[in-house]
Ligand binder design. Structure first.
Ligand code: ADP
Ligand code: MG
Length: 682
């Protein structure tokens, strides 16, 4: 941007000391800050026909006063002024609250313009804006800014007018002419005028499109440049794995890999072998078989003489991974060890010694893996199995120990594409979008809570066939204690219900790790038939004989979480069932329940979840790592994001971008974002 745009707002005509102090409260210091403060909505003052205006909607009409105004007072301050207006063919009432002083301007025969909420039943407009005379043609749309009560919208608009007039042609175009033309976007000067002083909704949308695209393009360029710079700056060690051994291992598995698994394994191996340090996200739907892909990658690193590590978010899950991986890999002379917070004393000491001496090839565990005294001999590949940003801090810890391995992050449920390429834009992404053959779709039913009895009978008939069931208890966000109480209650009821027939087990977060293990073990061995649990079984647990899941109070869970829970069944060859008990109070709640019954596709549900909850809430309470956009909205602007992503890729790869004048401003903006620096971001 041109330098004078960085001048203090006080240099704008009409903005003095007081105004500039107010603007500062809004984070506006420079001319550029001011003109780049965008309205969050526009009020529409175009004339409407009342016949087509829905009840309760805001409307602007022009009309002739048809009756003497009447005024009522309540107490000493409040008043109600009422008059009859003829607008088109409608004779309606216009009501003004606490504005009795307008009475003199409401004489029969006067032409007035009023804006207000239309009460269809009472045929009344509750007026909020009023002017004498026919409607001013230029005042159709008023931008509304978020001003936090610091100043009036009118005042702010006056400053904006003055700023735009003052800069004239002085704003430098930041988008190259080619792109403006290709997408028919307004140039910067037009766009600023149209967003702050639009003459029609079309104007405003036109301007918005430009700013959204520009913001997303710059963002994508920044992410991709960071990825590129990192790849060039951070040469990792090539992991020269033994292809024959890896092939033999794959051939030894009890199943054939799906095409998606094969593709991802190839992606991983190619990157392990290269000098590029891996920073990759593996997205896969529930049950798509991420664990075995992880095992192959880890084994490859081990055949090259490196150690591997795998971290999981919970003890149960870490143990399951350890069991699966040991079963698969020990026949190939891989020494597998497990480390968690409950590994203590002599056992721990011995394990750590072996690890440091390189006698352990593969360490699997919880966060305990990255404590200061856990020292590897030569760690080459780390996999973390949890959603979202889990790995960032851990990576830093590893690096501080002088280890800088290839890292693969596995997400437990799919993340909508738009979020994946924004929140994880600086990472490479591999996707497992195929379930192993022969799986039956889980049948999902949504029932009202009073339908519990038939549900239990259906559960019993599954148990009768030798299958097992999960019962997931309501989630009480605020209180772990109530969660546990719920689970205990349900457990007691079901124990009585199934007495003498089936064994019921109880699992919740307050149990001692040993107890949890014991119960999980009994469940996977089939000694427990029904596992009543809080959401601790949400992630990862794999018991293929379980074919029935009942989720109490299902509206309390987000879609992605329900999908993750449901993924605990349908892991074997038998038909599985998931029953959602819920009496949703809101439309959104009903829609979520319907979505669950309609699809088993985690990627589809993730998109739906994003649409229903918005980007901010998608990742839940955890810090999402999502950037804040001024204009763009990831739910609605996903097409623009996709376009911007492709354009960014092309631009960065093109010669002209780095040299030609057409791209200079964009290039400078990219440089200013810090994306080209080799300082590490994570
Ligand atoms: P997730 O991706 O949800 O973590 P898992 O890795 O736990 O899934 O795999 C789910 C189940 O599918 C496991 O029992 C696993 O052994 C099995 N599995 C994985 N890949 C295949 C395959 N290609 N064919 C058949 N079964 C598979
Ligand atoms: Mg898993």
């Amino acid at each position: 941007m041109t330098t004078f745009l960085h001048h203090d707002v006080k240099t704008i005509k009409g903005i003095g000391q007081k105004a500039s102090e107010q603007l500062e409260k809004l984070g506006i210091y420079t001319i550029s800050d001011l003109i780049m403060t965008f309205p969050y909505r526009h009020d529409d003052f175009t004339l409407k026909d009342l016949a087509e205006t829905p009840h309760n909607e805001r409307v602007t009409v022009e009309g002739r006063v048809e009756s003497e105004p009447s005024v009522q007072f309540f107490g000493n301050k409040r008043s109600r002024l009422q008059v009859r207006l003829l607008t088109g063919r409608h004779l309606v009432k216009a009501v003004f609250f606490n504005q009795h002083y307008l009475k003199d301007r409401m004489m029969p025969g006067n032409i007035v313009t009023v804006t207000g909420r239309w009460d269809r039943g009472r045929q009344t407009i509750n007026v909020s804006n009023f002017s004498v005379g026919p409607k001013d043609e230029d005042a159709n749309f008023e931008p509304i800014y978020s001003l936090k009560g610091v100043m009036h919208q009118k005042t702010f608009r006056r400053f904006m007018r003055s700023a735009l007039d003052g800069i004239g042609d002085g704003v430098e175009e930041s988008l190259p002419a080619g792109l403006l033309e290709a997408y028919k976007l307004p140039n910067i000067k037009e766009a600023l005028e149209m967003i702050h002083f639009p003459l029609s909704p079309a104007h405003m949308k036109h301007a918005r499109r430009r700013f959204v695209y520009e913001e997303l393009l710059l963002f994508q360029m920044k992410m991709q440049a960071m990825k590129k710079v990192r790849k060039e700056a951070e040469r990792g060690m090539p992991i020269n794995y033994d292809l024959d051994k890896v092939k033999k291992f794959i051939a030894s598995l009890p199943f054939e890999l799906t095409n998606a698994q094969k593709r991802v394994v190839n992606e991983l191996c190619a990157e392990l072998k290269s000098e590029v340090r891996m920073n990759r996200l593996l997205q896969g739907d529930v049950g798509s078989g991420k664990t075995v892909v992880a095992a192959i990658g880890l084994y490859a690193a081990i055949t090259a003489g490196f150690q591997g590590a795998m971290m999981a978010p919970t003890e149960i899950l870490a143990e399951q991974h350890a069991t699966s991986l040991a079963e698969w890999l020990e026949p190939f002379n891989v020494s597998v060890a497990f480390l968690s917070g409950s590994t203590k004393g002599k056992a721990r000491k011995q394990l750590l010694e072996m690890l440091e001496e390189g006698k352990i090839d593969l360490l699997i565990g919880t966060h305990a893996l990255i404590q200061p005294d856990v020292i590897f001999k030569n760690l080459g590949f780390v996999i973390t199995d949890e959603q979202h940003r889990f790995g960032v801090e851990q990576r830093r810890v590893l690096r501080e120990k002088g280890i800088d391995p290839d890292v693969l992050f596995m997400t437990a449920t799919p993340i909508p594409r738009t979020l994946a390429i924004t929140a994880f834009g600086e990472m490479d992404v591999s996707i497992l979008d195929e379930l192993p053959a022969g799986r039956k779709e889980i049948e999902t039913h949504w029932l009202k809570e009073d339908a519990l009895q038939p549900v239990l009978r259906k559960m019993a008939s599954e148990l009768q066939k030798g299958r097992q069931a999960y019962v997931i208890c309501p989630l009480i966000e605020e209180s772990d204690k109530l969660d546990v109480q719920n689970a205990v209650d349900v457990y007691n009821q079901l124990t009585v219900y199934f007495q003498g027939k089936f064994k019921v087990g109880l699992m919740h977060g307050r149990l001692h790790p040993d107890e949890k293990d014991q119960i999980m073990h009994e469940f996977s061995e089939g000694a427990i038939d029904v596992l009543v649990s809080t959401t601790v079984v949400e992630v990862g647990v794999n018991v293929p004989n379980a074919t029935f899941m009942l989720i109490y109070d299902a509206t309390r869970f987000g879609l992605s979480q329900l999908h993750q829970l449901r993924g605990r069944v349908g892991r074997g060859a038998e038909q599985s069932y998931c029953v959602l008990l819920a009496d949703p109070k809101t439309e959104e709640g009903k829609e979520r329940m319907h979505s669950m019954t309609e699809t088993n596709d985690g990627f589809v549900l993730a998109e739906k979840d994003l649409e229903l909850r918005g980007a901010g809430d998608f990742f839940g309470k955890k810090q999402s790592g999502l950037p804040e956009f001024k204009m763009a909205d990831l739910v609605h602007d996903y097409r623009a994001l996709d376009t911007a992503r492709k354009d960014a890729e092309q631009l960065l790869a093109s010669e002209e971008f780095w040299s030609s004048e057409e791209y200079r401003v964009l290039r400078e903006n990219l440089e200013q974002s810090g994306a080209l620096s080799t300082d590490r971001m994570d």
